[in-house]
Design a protein around this ligand. Structure first.
Ligand code: SF4
Length: 370
């Protein structure tokens, strides 16, 4: 196996397979990563370098005073090859001295000992079995999971310890773990959310180039429901002028209803610093006719104008009602513990939320959540 043939090497070296079949040279990390075992790239994951690290801890406590509706998170990966242009975990990559743009998509840190470390942390007498949220910063079922298979060990460790868990993902790799999730759901409360905010395959390919497309995610929702598991949907971000038309919203909510989603939470694009620059660059390149409109809509802030959000909220209410989602709430990590289903915002410890943020950032109010 080409992957296994690669030499153990420090991150400061040139990346690529030793057998000469390496993919394009990978970017060189600027800092030694804590616990780095090796950095590898392989033709199967062209353009992506995985930095395998041994973590000392994987349970992250959410900062005290946070309004986040959960206390603990686990993120087995940092960076995400799903490469969503709007991802607002991007800035968190700069804390590793990677950049928030291409490095976020292509320099993925993998906590290879996540399950072992987690079992030790869960075995402590001080562990109070509080709800643990997965997918709060980056996607736990991104492509690397097919290779590293960290999630089965993590799910098993949480369930065996009596710890409730929730997962938010765009990754259809989750289907692999449906039997395990069913088993876990018999032991502890389990919440599952799929992130899907558009049905336009072409738009998805452009703006979320590394993800399984909308059709594949809709199939995943159906499979989860057929397996008897709950499945909420995080329909964020709705993109102004790209996925907010009546036709687009009708198609989205209709498809989600058809697939059997148990609820939908929708919200507008949120452009925090770090994401904003990357997204605006993309808009300017792919939709130059919209660049000025986006600048005016977002001004110097992170949120779309209040008028736009109010307008979109009305549309979302209408289409939710039309497709039978009235009264249902969408996915929230908190649903696992709290049937009121407060709308979620998603931190990574003290870091701003990313992947889930599809749920927007609600560090202040939650104007993008409907
Ligand atoms: S939004 Fe989620 S799936 Fe997309 S790149 Fe960010 S972490 Fe990955």
């Amino acid at each position: 196996m080409r992957w296994d043939a690669q030499a153990l090497r420090p991150a400061s070296g040139e990346h690529g397979a030793d057998n000469g079949t390496a993919a394009a040279p990978a970017a060189v990390p600027l800092l030694p990563l804590a616990g780095l075992v090796r950095s590898v790239s392989t033709p199967e994951f062209a353009g992506v370098t995985f930095h395998e690290v041994t973590a000392k801890s994987v349970l992250n406590r959410v900062a005290s005073g946070s309004r986040m509706p959960f206390e603990w998170t686990i993120n087995p990966y940092r960076g995400c090859s799903h490469a969503c242009v709007y991802c607002f975990a991007r800035k968190s990559h700069t804390y590793l001295d990677f950049d928030a743009g291409l490095d976020f998509d292509s320099q993925v840190v993998v906590k290879i000992n996540a399950a072992d470390v987690l079992r030790k942390e869960l075995a402590r007498s001080s562990w109070a079995r509080q709800h643990v949220a997965l997918g709060t910063n980056t996607d736990p079922y991104q492509r690397a999971e097919g290779r590293y298979q960290l999630m089965p060990g993590i799910i098993g460790a949480l369930a065996d310890s009596g710890t409730p868990l929730s997962i938010l993902t765009k990754g259809t790799l989750l289907a692999r773990d449906i039997p395990l999730l069913k088993h876990a759901a018999a032991q502890v409360p389990v919440g599952i959310g799929i992130s899907l905010a558009m049905t336009d395959e072409e738009l998805s390919e452009a703006v979320e180039p590394g993800t399984p497309g909308p059709r594949a995610r809709l199939k995943l929702i159906s499979r989860l429901r057929e397996a008897g598991l709950p499945c909420g949907v995080m329909a964020m971000p709705i993109l102004p002028w790209l996925s907010d038309s009546d036709e687009a919203l009708d198609s989205l909510f209709s498809s989600l209803a058809h697939a059997g989603a148990t609820g939908v939470t929708a919200g507008a694009l949120y452009l925090k610093p770090g994401t904003r620059e990357w997204f605006m660059q993309w808009i300017a390149a792919r939709h130059p006719e919209l660049a000025g409109r986006y600048r005016r809509l977002y001004g110097t802030g992170s949120y779309a104008s209040k008028e736009y959000r109010t307008w979109l909220a009305g549309k979302v209410r209408y289409f939710k009602a039309r497709h039978g989602f009235s009264g249902s709430h969408g996915f929230s990590h908190r649903d696992v513990d709290d049937p009121r289903g407060e709308e979620a915002a998603y931190p990574e410890g003290s870091l701003p939320a990313g992947h889930a943020g599809h749920a927007g950032a609600a560090q202040t109010s939650q104007p993008t959540l409907f």
